[in-house]
Design a protein around this ligand. Structure first.
Ligand code: HEM
Ligand SMILES: [Cu+2]
Length: 656
């Protein structure tokens, strides 16, 4: 009996590596600490009532952001493990098998569990406030999206200590990801972790499209929508077309693995290239999904901190919408070398190059916005300014990669690694950091310390260039991606070592951000104005943090940058807009169903990973029951009475 248990445990738990045991202990201690703190301070009820069951978009947004920062930490540790392994030739820090797992989990976590949720967090925080709405169109669905993402991410992360991680790359090409190539459960964790969170992403896409189309304040015509909201719309349109492709692709891979279907195996008439095409039909639009909102953030910040209207509003919207459309026609540039032939390659090379045009338009719009502006260099603006040269270089190397014949040289080399990190870090991560700094006071009611923020900014930026510039050269020198080691006679040591130093600098930059947040919580500088940056759009017209109902009365929009114009009018001695009388506010009630249903989905995923139907089937039943329970629940809303609104508003104004 004891032997059997031992045997099971050594198969079920990941063993053998001191790193893993260290992590096991850390996870156990952290969990114990969290449980202790919650119990000691009697916070369980608070956690349940105020957070786990909330449908308030602001809270959901904060939860997304916290989860994504934790994932940034994990993905960052993965990155530093890899950079340590590559610091010297013939290093034996990570075994080749372990290295494969680490780059796979790093890629998946950074894109799907860091960038996506950080982006959704910012959508949630800013969009309803920018358009003068009380919440998103479907608050219940919004909470369900979050919990699905969270449970999917947990499922994927779990493979680190239970069962073993996926190791077939972040896009899991067959035949490597098929049963023959990956017999372990890591690949199944990959499929179900992404599948569950992906459904949440799809629902978020639908939710925000409806919110933006239907919930805008009266008077906010299409040409008065703030640019961030436009960028969210373009990103969500891309989501709802791209994510179903991912869902189907992973479902087919699951059928291959689980039932021995042959969609992507050569035997039985399948074709692995079908997978590669499908996954990039999602994968390429995916990178635009994450970068478009960053473009929106830069637009808001550049115009706010230049104290000028955004230059070229119409061309910006047009550029974003055309990028979201064109992003569907470039996917093949990821596998020029796989033998599609010259004509097909030419088509996709040209479509890829064309995307540089709208992107260039945007860069000029930002530059012209700053031109002759009264610039202030607060942290959000610093990240936005640093982004421009970084993204231009990243974009240019992208155009180099899109030249199909040249790609036969660049393909799968460190040149590519440098390129995509430059656009993903310099474009996406910098943008979200900028957004986080910008909207932080609106979320929490206090500002982040600027001095520490500037330290973090400079260390991150210097670290970035030190890390990734050498990789272009080592790539041109022949170093391929996904190799766990190299020998002395390659001559790659110097560049790799430099790159590792840069990687650790970025790690230090991240620690500065953590310090900055801790410091700012301790020495809180309250934002008593609600408008710390002298903002332009509606979210700055209400107190910080925003009250539960956002706007006491629905704003009446008359202009683009309505709040700025209102301030100008008042400064010019004109009367402010008349305020409508207060009325009771219609609000959605909290619900436990999104959380419970997502736990059930987690059980379904976990059961299917291990082929344990005794967990998967009850999980599925739970999903069905919670769906039914929600359908028959008619008690979903309530009204905030006028006197409570008056009290809340007065309290907010008193702190001014
Ligand atoms: C913070 C600093 C970062 C460092 C030092 C870093 C480092 C690395 C390294 C060493 C690799 C493996 C290269 C190889 O052996 O093929 C890698 C792969 C990758 N990284 Fe990062 N990374 C960072 C941030 C990010 C971010 C922010 C993202 C996305 C938002 C990202 C996305 C990816 C992807 C998709 C891969 C490819 C994984 C694969 O080959 O399957 N990385 N990164
Ligand atoms: Cu692409």
């Amino acid at each position: 009996m004891l032997d059997k248990i031992k045997e099971f445990a050594s198969w079920f738990f990941v063993t053998g590596d001191p790193l893993i045991y260290g992590a096991d202990i850390a996870i156990a201690l952290t969990t114990a600490a969290i449980i202790f703190v919650l119990t000691y301070f009697k916070k369980w009820k608070w956690l349940w009532r105020e957070w786990l069951t909330t449908v308030d978009h602001k809270r959901v947004g904060i939860m997304y952001i916290i989860a994504s920062l934790l994932m940034l930490f994990r993905g960052g540790v993965d990155a530093l493990l890899m950079r340590t392994q590559l610091a010297f030739p013939d290093m034996q820090f990570l075994s080749p098998e372990h290295y494969n797992q680490v780059f796979t989990t790093h890629g998946v976590i950074m894109i799907l569990f860091m960038a996506m949720p950080l982006m959704f967090g910012l959508f949630n925080i800013a969009v309803p406030l920018q358009i003068g709405a009380r919440d998103v169109a479907f608050p219940f669905l919004n909470s369900l999206s979050f919990w699905l993402f969270f449970m999917g991410a947990m499922l994927f992360n779990m493979s680190f200590v239970i069962g073993g991680s996926a190791d077939a790359g972040w896009l899991s090409y067959p035949p490597l990801s098929e049963m023959t190539g990956s017999p372990g459960v890591g690949q199944d964790f990959y499929i179900w972790g992404i599948q569950i969170s992906g459904i949440g992403s799809l629902m978020t896409g639908i939710n925000f499209i409806v919110t933006i189309v239907k919930m805008r304040a009266p008077g906010m015509t299409w040409s008065k929508i703030p640019m961030f909201t436009w960028s969210v719309l373009s990103s969500c349109i891309t989501i709802i077309i791209a994510f179903p492709v991912l869902t189907v692709t992973l479902a087919l891979l699951f059928l291959d693995r689980y039932l021995g279907a042959h969609f992507f195996t050569m035997d039985g008439g399948g074709n692995a290239m079908m997978y590669v095409n499908l996954i990039w039909m999602w994968g390429h639009p995916e990178v635009y999904i994450v970068v478009l909102p960053a473009f929106g953030i830069y637009s808001e910040i550049v115009s706010t901190f230049s104290k000028k209207r955004l230059f070229g509003y119409g061309s910006m919207v047009f550029a974003m919408m055309s990028i979201s459309l064109m992003s569907y026609f470039t996917w093949l540039h990821h596998f020029f070398t796989m033998g599609s032939g010259a004509n097909v390659n030419t088509f996709f090379a040209i479509t890829t190059m064309i995307i540089a045009i709208p992107t260039g338009v945007k860069i000029f719009n930002w530059l012209f916005t700053m031109y002759r502006g009264r610039l202030t260099f607060s942290t959000p603006m610093l990240w936005s300014i640093a982004f421009i040269p970084c993204f231009v270089v990243g974009g240019m190397t992208g155009v180099m990669l899109s030249v199909a014949p040249a790609d036969f040289q660049f393909h799968n080399s460190y040149f590519l690694i440098a390129h995509f990190h430059q656009v993903l870090i310099g474009g996406v991560a910098f943008g979200y950091f900028a957004g986080l700094y910008y909207w932080w006071p609106k979320m929490f009611g206090f500002k982040l310390n600027e001095t520490l923020g500037k330290w973090a900014f400079w260390i991150w930026n210097i670290g970035f260039y030190v890390c990734f510039m050498p990789q272009y050269f080592v790539g041109l020198d022949g170093m391929t991606r996904r190799v766990s080691t190299y020998s002395w006679d390659t001559g790659w040591w110097g560049l790799n070592f430099t790159s590792t130093i840069g990687g650790f600098l970025m790690g230090i930059g991240f620690l500065f951000q953590v310090w900055q947040i801790a410091h700012s919580i301790k020495f809180m500088e309250k934002d008593t104005t609600g408008d710390p940056w002298n903002g332009r759009t509606l979210e700055w017209s209400i107190p910080s943090p925003a009250p539960l109902y956002n706007f006491a009365t629905t704003p009446q929009v008359t202009e683009r940058d309505d709040w700025w114009e209102e301030k100008e009018r008042i400064a010019a001695g004109k009367a402010p807009k008349p305020q409508p009388v207060l009325e009771p506010i219609h609000m959605p009630k909290n619900s436990a169903i999104p959380f419970i249903q997502s736990v059930c989905w987690f059980a379904v995923g976990f059961g299917l990973v291990f082929h344990w139907l005794w967990i998967a089937i009850p999980g599925l039943l739970g999903v069905g029951i919670t769906m039914l329970a929600h359908s028959f629940n008619y008690d979903t809303d309530y009204y905030i009475p006028v006197d409570e609104i008056i009290r809340t508003e007065e309290a907010a104004r008193r702190s001014v």
